[in-house]
Ligand binder design. Structure first.
Ligand code: GLU
Length: 451
């Protein structure tokens, strides 16, 4: 663990006291503060007027009841959240997560990360995050619809195209966004396309938004490999998860000549030494909504195909690891295993998937490491492009949108690399991302007075 400057240690202690029992939030704040050691030495104005304390305190936190009726006519209750973290750069922007692990600490960590991520994109978007402890697993389509309608019945009064623009995250994809948009429209009697992103193409969605997070992480990781004269071509890659981010990571890595040999879900992982068959993953996860174990069953075990229940996907030897499932899924032990197996690069598709210990293992071993708040920013960047299309009542081609995404990711990569260099930590993308994101938010806040 990096020793914090005295001022930062005091700030962290206060954040921990005020947000007791929220370890993921503490972890996310600590990581950013560690990167600020050199910033406050160089730019003392950023430690003045409680600027860092203000950045660590969400502007607004909304917690609400979500009652809904299941298919057997039982009344159910879940808890809904929206943390509007920072609006210095634009309306709050960030996804909604439906997962039983959701609580206010998880949403706060995600909103905090989102604030810096969004700043890195260079687009006019603030940071926010929302969700519910609702578990969509095994729920019928009608139950999902009723839940989304109830969720938005409360949330609608807090969001808007100039206020707060939610999107998807774990458990929330195109189907859920559609139900939420439909209910928002009924409640407000407005076709306000820019209130949500990740919409369907027919009603204001953007081309390349579904692909954007996975494609973006692949561009970023490729740019990082490029700094050492390396590429995906001929490399073995392990991508954890099998949701939206993992799917399009597998797609793009394969286009660049990489061979993705494993992916997973929360029950276990599947290895296919011939290269993961993306069509089959999509069929299982998107059409049938089944578990990834089906992959091995349908392909037939043997000939390099097998399924491991439980276990760690990071035991599978690979050149590049792209964790794209969830927070803290890759531990110090996993990192040591990956290093022992010769991993050369790690690109985070999920939010905070590597534990602090894992990050330190990678950095000490000289492994190229791209933190999620930079590498997975392509999703939210393309959401901002969706907002831009909605504001101008336009719809861009796939090529045009993808080209913008690629340029934004290249920009984020270069900004992180240059900032790391400037602050005396060449090649350290964690420092680069945290400092560059922080400086943008902090500077905008300074110019806006004590807010
Ligand atoms: N949930 C995604 C993220 O973590 C996307 C957010 C958005 O598009 O607003 O960045």
């Amino acid at each position: 663990m990096v020793q914090l400057h005295e001022t930062l240690e005091t700030i962290l202690a206060e954040v921990m006291r005020r947000n007791a029992g929220e370890p993921e939030f503490h972890q996310a704040v600590r990581e950013v503060l560690e990167s600020l050691n050199t910033v406050i030495a160089k730019r003392p104005e950023y430690a003045e007027e409680a600027l860092i304390e203000r950045i660590c305190e969400p502007e607004r936190q909304i917690i609400f009841r979500v009652p809904w009726i299941d298919d057997s006519n039982q009344v159910r209750i879940n808890r809904g959240f929206r943390v509007q973290f920072n609006s210095a750069l634009g309306p709050y922007k960030g996804g909604i997560r439906f997962h039983p692990s959701v609580n206010v600490g998880i949403i706060k960590f995600l909103g905090f990360e989102q604030t810096f991520k969004n700043a890195l994109t260079g687009m006019p978007i603030g940071g926010g995050k929302g969700g519910s402890d609702f578990d969509p697993k095994g729920r019928s389509d009608r139950e999902i619809m009723r839940f989304c309608q109830s969720f938005v019945t409360e949330l609608h009064r807090h969001i808007g195209e100039y206020t707060d623009v939610p999107a998807g995250d774990i458990g929330v994809g195109g189907r859920e966004i559609g139900y939420m948009f439909g209910q928002y429209k009924r409640l407000t009697n407005r076709f306000e396309a820019g209130v949500l992103t990740g919409k369907g193409l027919l009603y204001g969605g953007s081309r390349a938004r579904p692909e954007a997070t996975g494609y973006g992480n692949t561009y970023f990781t490729r740019a990082m490999l490029g700094t050492k004269g390396l590429d995906f071509d001929g490399r073995t890659v392990v991508v954890s998860g099998s949701g939206n981010v993992a799917t399009y990571t597998i797609d793009k890595v394969t286009q660049y000549g990489g061979k993705v040999i494993a992916c997973s879900d929360s029950n276990g992982y599947v290895v296919d030494e011939n290269g993961i068959d993306l069509g089959l993953v999509k069929e299982i996860k998107q059409a049938r909504r089944q578990r990834i174990a089906e992959y091995a069953r349908l392909k037939g075990e043997g000939k390099g195909v097998y399924y491991v229940a439980g276990g760690s996907i990071w035991d599978v030897p690979c050149d590049v690891a792209m964790p794209s499932a969830t927070q803290n899924e890759l531990t110090g032990k996993d990192a040591r295993k990956l290093v022992a197996n010769g991993v050369i690069a790690v690109g985070e598709g999920a939010n905070m998937p590597c534990t602090p210990e894992a990050i330190s293992v990678f950095q000490h071993a000289g492994v190229l490491y791209a933190p999620g708040k930079a590498a997975n920013a392509g999703g939210v960047a393309t959401s901002a492009l969706e907002m831009q299309q909605n504001a101008s009542r336009d719809s861009w081609s796939f090529e045009q949108t993808e080209a913008r995404l690629a340029a934004i990711m290249r920009g984020i990569h270069d900004l992180c690399a240059e900032t790391a260099e400037e602050y005396g930590a060449p090649g350290n993308y964690v420092m680069g991302a945290n400092i560059a994101g922080f400086v943008r938010v902090a500077e905008a806040m300074r110019q806006q007075g004590v807010i």
